[in-house]
Design a protein around this ligand. Structure first.
Ligand SMILES: [Zn+2]
Length: 134
Protein backbone atom coordinates (compact mmCIF):
# COMPACT_ATOMS: atom_id res chain seq x y z
CA UNK A 1 0.00 0.00 0.00
CA UNK A 2 1.29 3.39 -0.99
CA UNK A 3 1.48 6.09 1.63
CA UNK A 4 -0.36 9.19 0.56
CA UNK A 5 1.62 12.20 1.62
CA UNK A 6 -0.56 15.23 1.27
CA UNK A 7 1.10 18.60 1.61
CA UNK A 8 -0.32 21.39 3.69
CA UNK A 9 -1.01 23.45 0.58
CA UNK A 10 -2.95 20.56 -0.94
CA UNK A 11 -4.90 20.13 2.25
CA UNK A 12 -5.71 23.85 2.29
CA UNK A 13 -6.76 23.79 -1.37
CA UNK A 14 -8.98 20.78 -0.80
CA UNK A 15 -10.58 22.54 2.17
CA UNK A 16 -9.52 19.78 4.55
CA UNK A 17 -9.04 22.24 7.39
CA UNK A 18 -12.53 23.61 6.95
CA UNK A 19 -15.34 22.31 9.06
CA UNK A 20 -18.01 20.27 7.30
CA UNK A 21 -20.41 21.26 10.03
CA UNK A 22 -22.74 23.98 8.91
CA UNK A 23 -22.87 27.09 11.04
CA UNK A 24 -26.47 27.40 12.21
CA UNK A 25 -27.63 30.69 10.71
CA UNK A 26 -30.89 32.32 11.83
CA UNK A 27 -32.46 32.00 8.41
CA UNK A 28 -32.47 28.21 8.83
CA UNK A 29 -34.79 28.69 11.72
CA UNK A 30 -38.17 27.20 10.86
CA UNK A 31 -40.62 24.49 11.68
CA UNK A 32 -44.07 23.01 11.54
CA UNK A 33 -46.81 23.75 14.03
CA UNK A 34 -47.03 20.66 16.28
CA UNK A 35 -50.82 21.04 16.32
CA UNK A 36 -51.78 21.36 12.67
CA UNK A 37 -48.61 20.97 10.61
CA UNK A 38 -48.76 24.50 9.24
CA UNK A 39 -45.28 25.46 8.15
CA UNK A 40 -43.64 28.36 9.93
CA UNK A 41 -40.55 30.37 9.33
CA UNK A 42 -40.55 32.17 12.65
CA UNK A 43 -37.95 34.81 13.36
CA UNK A 44 -35.62 34.14 16.25
CA UNK A 45 -37.45 35.83 19.07
CA UNK A 46 -38.14 35.43 22.73
CA UNK A 47 -41.72 36.57 22.38
CA UNK A 48 -44.30 33.80 22.56
CA UNK A 49 -45.74 32.90 19.18
CA UNK A 50 -49.01 31.18 18.49
CA UNK A 51 -50.05 29.34 15.38
CA UNK A 52 -52.38 31.62 13.42
CA UNK A 53 -54.18 28.57 12.08
CA UNK A 54 -54.95 26.54 15.22
CA UNK A 55 -53.77 28.76 18.07
CA UNK A 56 -51.23 26.23 19.34
CA UNK A 57 -48.28 27.77 21.18
CA UNK A 58 -45.07 27.59 19.22
CA UNK A 59 -43.03 28.36 22.33
CA UNK A 60 -41.73 24.84 22.81
CA UNK A 61 -40.84 24.56 19.15
CA UNK A 62 -38.96 27.85 19.28
CA UNK A 63 -37.16 26.88 22.48
CA UNK A 64 -36.14 23.53 21.07
CA UNK A 65 -34.79 25.14 17.93
CA UNK A 66 -32.85 27.71 19.95
CA UNK A 67 -31.35 24.84 21.98
CA UNK A 68 -30.55 22.87 18.84
CA UNK A 69 -28.82 25.86 17.34
CA UNK A 70 -26.81 26.42 20.49
CA UNK A 71 -25.70 22.79 20.43
CA UNK A 72 -24.91 23.02 16.73
CA UNK A 73 -22.89 26.19 17.29
CA UNK A 74 -20.84 24.45 20.00
CA UNK A 75 -20.20 21.50 17.69
CA UNK A 76 -19.19 23.89 14.92
CA UNK A 77 -16.68 25.76 17.08
CA UNK A 78 -15.27 22.55 18.56
CA UNK A 79 -14.79 21.18 15.07
CA UNK A 80 -13.10 24.37 13.92
CA UNK A 81 -10.79 24.25 16.92
CA UNK A 82 -9.95 20.60 16.21
CA UNK A 83 -9.14 21.43 12.57
CA UNK A 84 -7.03 24.41 13.53
CA UNK A 85 -5.06 22.19 15.90
CA UNK A 86 -4.57 19.72 13.06
CA UNK A 87 -3.38 22.53 10.79
CA UNK A 88 -0.95 23.73 13.44
CA UNK A 89 0.35 20.22 14.02
CA UNK A 90 0.87 19.73 10.27
CA UNK A 91 2.53 23.11 10.05
CA UNK A 92 4.98 22.41 12.87
CA UNK A 93 5.78 19.03 11.38
CA UNK A 94 6.24 20.53 7.92
CA UNK A 95 8.56 23.26 9.14
CA UNK A 96 10.38 20.98 11.54
CA UNK A 97 9.27 22.99 14.55
CA UNK A 98 7.80 20.20 16.66
CA UNK A 99 8.96 20.73 20.24
CA UNK A 100 10.59 24.08 19.46
CA UNK A 101 10.11 26.32 22.49
CA UNK A 102 9.07 29.30 20.37
CA UNK A 103 6.89 27.49 17.82
CA UNK A 104 3.65 28.52 19.55
CA UNK A 105 4.80 32.12 19.73
CA UNK A 106 5.64 32.13 16.03
CA UNK A 107 2.31 30.56 15.20
CA UNK A 108 0.45 33.15 17.26
CA UNK A 109 2.18 35.92 15.29
CA UNK A 110 1.58 34.27 11.91
CA UNK A 111 -2.03 33.65 12.87
CA UNK A 112 -2.51 37.26 13.88
CA UNK A 113 -1.07 38.50 10.58
CA UNK A 114 -2.64 35.98 8.25
CA UNK A 115 -5.87 34.67 9.69
CA UNK A 116 -8.12 37.20 7.94
CA UNK A 117 -6.91 35.82 4.59
CA UNK A 118 -7.03 32.18 5.60
CA UNK A 119 -4.71 29.24 6.17
CA UNK A 120 -2.52 29.89 3.12
CA UNK A 121 -1.52 33.28 4.47
CA UNK A 122 -0.83 31.86 7.94
CA UNK A 123 1.38 29.27 6.28
CA UNK A 124 3.17 31.96 4.25
CA UNK A 125 3.80 34.06 7.33
CA UNK A 126 5.16 31.04 9.19
CA UNK A 127 7.67 30.47 6.39
CA UNK A 128 8.54 34.14 6.31
CA UNK A 129 8.98 34.42 10.08
CA UNK A 130 10.55 31.10 10.95
CA UNK A 131 14.11 32.43 10.46
CA UNK A 132 13.52 34.62 13.48
CA UNK A 133 13.56 31.64 15.83
CA UNK A 134 16.33 29.61 14.19
ZN1 LIG B 1 -51.24 25.11 14.13
Amino acid sequence: MKMAVVSIREKIEKGLYHSKIEYPVPRKFRGKCPGCDTRYYPPESDSVKFCSNCGQSLRELLDRQIEDRKAQRILYFEDRKRLEEEFKKDLFTDLNLVGHPKAELLYAKAYQLGQSSGYTEIYNYMIELEDLIR
